[in-house]
Design a protein around this ligand. Structure first.
Ligand code: KE4
Length: 431
């Protein structure tokens, strides 16, 4: 596999960008490889600067559920840009986007657009603190809600990958306001609520964990959180930055029929452009400036280009609900193939999947939370990852991330992936 141009670019990047990348997980550090520098993408495929073609299961970390460079999204961006790229003033597209989100996620009565998932979650926490007059929050070990200070406590995603779940630079005074429970363990949440009663503003959760690898909620877990929050007047925040419009048109809250008080969104709603959003109950959202005293702002929030891409994406998804059936069918085919391969090689590695999100954990014990996810053999993952990349399969470069399918991954792509999987496992696993 040719890598000279990526290696040269990476050397240049390392001189002027920390770690050579603009987001840590892209550095391929945990798999000890030079990251391929991507030149272009179309449908289910990406090409790097050395001309290598890959079937892409990163999908830009989730946004590209319809595949890369979808013609209708590209056209929407091109047409909108001709009329200007940013005005710093309200536009019709923002009203359309807000209307689409409120229609597709009925728990959201009002929504504010921001520019990233991090901005969405940090604003939602501030809002919950203002609404309740309380300061503590509960998050879950291994869940990742972006890089705002309050969340870099036992965080997942890149923080877990690089073993810095608690980042330096976060003031102790603020960190102490973040309590950490165990995902899928209602008892751990009950204990925190009991010992901090009337001090907890919010519980924030990825309803399907995606940032310690894919971990579905155990039956009753989300309903238990809902009941606890209702009983103790705690704001329940579903961080659906990954799951929103991914696992269902109404997100995880529709899939599991749980109504959060606030929801944070990102990724898919931007159609591949920088967008985040937070929304929920009107009585809470109306506290946000300028209708209320809770300040939050953004120069490029609701940017016309991002709104055009996002509106096109949501319009396609809402008018063609069959995409979810296609995603489910393809995911099942991939899941059956992976399980069949594992059976043939006699390894009971754990495959967790919900809809078009999945993670193959290199451990033979069930993965239910941060602790069990961490039992995975990261060095074995690294060997597997490298072999899959060599075979033209571009997976998330970390055991603690989720792989994504798009509607344009063909049966042939999936079969090529399964063939590569067999070769990569045989080459990586000792028997
Ligand atoms: P951004 O600030 O990266 O747009 O969103 C933060 C965020 C919030 N909530 C959830 C559930 C998320 O998964 C994320 C970001 N996801 C990671 C991938 N696991 C982004 C990839 C990266 O950090 O480069």
């Amino acid at each position: 596999m040719k890598t000279l141009k990526s290696e040269k670019l990476f050397r240049q990047a390392l001189q002027v960008i920390p770690g050579g990348v603009n987001s840590p997980v892209r550095a391929f550090k945990s798999v000890a490889l030079t990251p391929p520098f991507i030149k272009k993408a179309k449908g289910a495929y990406v090409w790097d600067v050395d001309g290598n073609k890959y079937i892409d299961y990163v999908c830009s970390w989730g946004p590209l559920i319809l595949g890369h460079a979808h013609p209708r999204i590209v056209r929407a961006v091109q047409q909108t840009a001709k009329g200007g790229t940013s005005f710093g003033a309200p536009t019709e597209l923002e009203v359309k986007m807000a209307g689409l989100i409120c229609k597709l996620m009925p728990s959201i009565e009002m929504v504010r657009m921001v520019n990233s998932g991090t901005e969405a979650t940090m604003s939602a926490i501030r809002l919950a603190r203002a609404y309740t007059g309380r300061e503590k929050i509960i998050k879950f070990e291994g869940c990742y809600h972006g890089h705002a200070d309050s969340f870099l406590i036992k965080a997942g995603s890149g923080a877990m990958t690089f073993g810095v779940p608690d980042s330096p630079g976060v003031p102790q005074a603020l960190a102490s306001e973040t309590l950490v429970a165990r995902f899928n363990d209602l008892g751990s949440v009950n204990d925190l609520v009991k010992h901090n009663d009337a001090q907890i503003a919010a519980i924030i959760v990825e309803p399907i964990a995606g940032n310690m690898g894919c971990i579905p909620p155990k039956p009753g877990f989300l309903a238990g959180l809902r009941k606890l929050c209702t009983e103790h007047n705690i704001v329940l925040i579903f961080d659906e930055v990954i799951t929103g419009f991914r696992v269902s048109i109404g997100g995880a809250q529709e899939l599991y029929n749980i109504k959060p008080d606030l929801t944070t969104l990102g990724k898919i709603i931007g159609g591949g452009l920088p967008v985040g959003a937070y929304g929920g109950k009107r009585e809470i959202m109306e506290l946000i400036a300028p209708s209320g005293p809770v300040y939050q702002a953004g120069t490029l929030s609701g940017n016309p280009i991002a709104m055009a891409a996002g509106c096109e994406m949501l319009s396609i998804l809402s008018k063609h609900r069959s995409v979810y059936k296609t995603l489910e069918k393809h995911s099942q085919h991939l899941e059956e193939g992976i399980r069949d391969t594992l059976g043939r090689i006699g390894k009971n590695f754990q495959l967790n999947h919900v809809g078009s999100m999945y993670t193959l954990f290199f451990t033979e014990q069930v993965v239910l939370d941060y602790e069990t996810a961490k039992q995975s053999d990261a060095s074995l993952f690294s060997k597997y990852f490298s072999k899959m990349l060599e075979l033209g399969i571009y997976l998330p470069p970390s055991q603690f991330e989720t792989a994504f399918l798009s509607t344009v991954h063909s049966q042939a792509d999936l079969d090529k992936t399964l063939h590569a999987l067999h070769i990569a496992l045989m080459a990586s696993v000792s028997f």
